[in-house]
Write a protein that binds this ligand. Structure first.
Ligand SMILES: Cc1cc2nc3c(=O)[nH]c(=O)nc-3n(C[C@H](O)[C@H](O)[C@H](O)COP(=O)(O)OP(=O)(O)OC[C@H]3O[C@@H](n4cnc5c(N)ncnc54)[C@H](O)[C@@H]3O)c2cc1C
Length: 401
């Protein structure tokens, strides 16, 4: 038996790669996962303190995969979403009750999501972990594809799944093109304590420098994503706690109460990326390696998890999981959702990140109008819950085995 021969090799064990390995746990596929960072440490940058809003659709995928019970312990439900613009009239409100769902989504710290996924990874019988290891090279042959690791070992598989993030090594090795858009914005994240409970409210607030989001978390805290123009972040990051909270309060207002404490602050440059050809001979790109979004609508990982659910469904029972037709069918099923979410997120950033007065009035009117139109609100809620597109088996509660 050749121990270096796999059905599927997943490159990158972040949220997308780890989720795919878990989704395939009951398949007959022999899987290898190569991850650059050790699973045992907190050094994994994808698994930091930022809050991740999981849509209702993502919750259902994790429920069917059997990992939701490990995630929900640390999650906070979103009962209401409040969308508004600073300094203007106009607001749209969504509620779980109106949508007849238990919650519009759930917020979990990336760190806890990482712990839950990593714990599961270590229990999978059909998985070999190469960790910490990096892939440095990839070569495609007719029937197989080969990767070389940093220890010079070569692994062979029928299919490589590149889940290695926005700066995908696999994409660079193959010299593949991607559409990139640098927003010249930076997201500052931090956990914030307020003087009143959040009652499950998530706030999306647009300001001229960029959007701000406040997501409900456990222990009466909220998770902040504050978008600022590139260059403005260093001053905010270095402010003492009290001065930072004062600035934040000034920009956000008092709708969520008084901000009284701030946890560790981090920053992320915001760059949109969409791979031009996410399917190659015996290679498929998923998650951030296929599309990396502005966090304005909290859709990045939710979109990636739908890649995972559809890909797992296609390869679960496949004789040759890297067959070109199978991969084309996968991409045909994913293309529309990927394009729509990438485009609508990009348009949202452009629409709200400017101070043209006429546009400001139109935005305010649009938010007010939306709030009075139940059909439009339902459409928006379905989109943010990840239920607007055809649902893969895992999202419908249908196990793959
Ligand atoms: C501020 C902020 C807020 C966000 N909020 C939300 C939200 O509310 N909801 C939501 O759905 N999404 C959100 N996102 C997006 C979400 O964080 C990403 O979509 C998600 O982390 C992408 O996961 P991934 O596994 O595809 O990629 P990554 O997290 O980038 O993981 C890639 C993995 O590949 C490994 N790797 C890289 N190169 C190699 C190599 N050569 N060999 C081996 N391993 C390699 C890395 O170590 C890493 O573990 C947010 C993002 C930001 C920045």
């Amino acid at each position: 038996m050749n121990h270096s021969l796999f059905d599927v090799l997943i490159v990158g064990g972040g949220m997308a790669g780890a989720s795919l390995a878990i989704a395939l746990k009951e398949s007959r596929l022999k899987i290898g996962l190569i991850e650059a960072k050790s699973l045992e440490t907190d050094s994994q940058p994808s698994y930091d303190d930022r809050g991740i809003a999981l849509s209702y659709g993502s919750q259902r995928i994790f429920e069917t995969m059997g990992v939701w019970t490990h995630i929900v312990k640390h999650a906070s439900p979103i009962q209401h979403i409040h969308v508004s613009e600073r300094g203007r009239f106009g607001v749209t409100r969504l509620s779980a009750e109106q949508e007849k769902v238990p919650a519009l989504g759930q917020v979990i710290t990336a760190k806890y999501l990482g712990h839950a996924l990593n714990q599961q990874l270590q229990q999978l019988d059909n998985l070999t972990l190469f960790c910490p290891r990096t892939v440095n090279a990839v070569v495609t042959e007719d029937e197989h594809v080969k990767v070389t690791l940093d220890n010079h070992h070569t692994l062979t598989a029928k299919l490589i799944v590149a889940a290695d993030g926005r700066e995908s090594t696999i994409r660079h090795c193959l010299n593949l093109s991607a559409w990139e858009q640098d927003y010249s914005q930076v997201a500052i994240t931090a956990n914030i304590s307020t003087d009143k409970p959040h009652y499950g409210w998530a706030y999306e607030r647009f300001t001229t420098s960029g959007p701000m989001a406040l997501l409900p978390m456990t222990d009466k805290r909220s998770s902040l994503v504050w978008t600022v123009k590139a260059g403005e972040e260093s001053a905010l990051l270095s402010l003492p706690e009290e001065a930072f909270l004062k600035q934040l309060q000034h920009h956000f207002g008092y709708r969520a109460g008084r901000f009284i404490r701030v946890g560790e602050r981090n920053s992320y440059p915001l760059i949109l990326m969409q791979a031009d050809m996410p399917v190659q001979a015996r290679i498929v790109f998923i998650g951030n390696a296929a599309h990396s979004l502005h966090p304005i609508a909290g859709q990045g990982f939710n979109l990636g998890l739908r890649d995972v659910a559809v890909l797992a469904e296609h390869i679960f029972d496949a004789k040759d999981c890297g067959h070109a037709e199978l991969l084309q069918r996968y991409q045909q099923q994913r293309q529309q959702d990927q394009d729509q979410v990438v485009k609508s997120t990009d348009q949202l950033v452009r629409l709200f990140s400017n101070d043209i007065p006429l546009l400001g009035h139109l935005r305010g009117a649009g938010l007010t109008l939306m709030d009075t139109m139940p059909v439009m609100k339902h459409w928006l809620a379905q989109k943010s819950m990840g239920l607007a597109q055809a649902q893969p088996k895992l999202a419908r509660g249908v196990p793959l085995s």
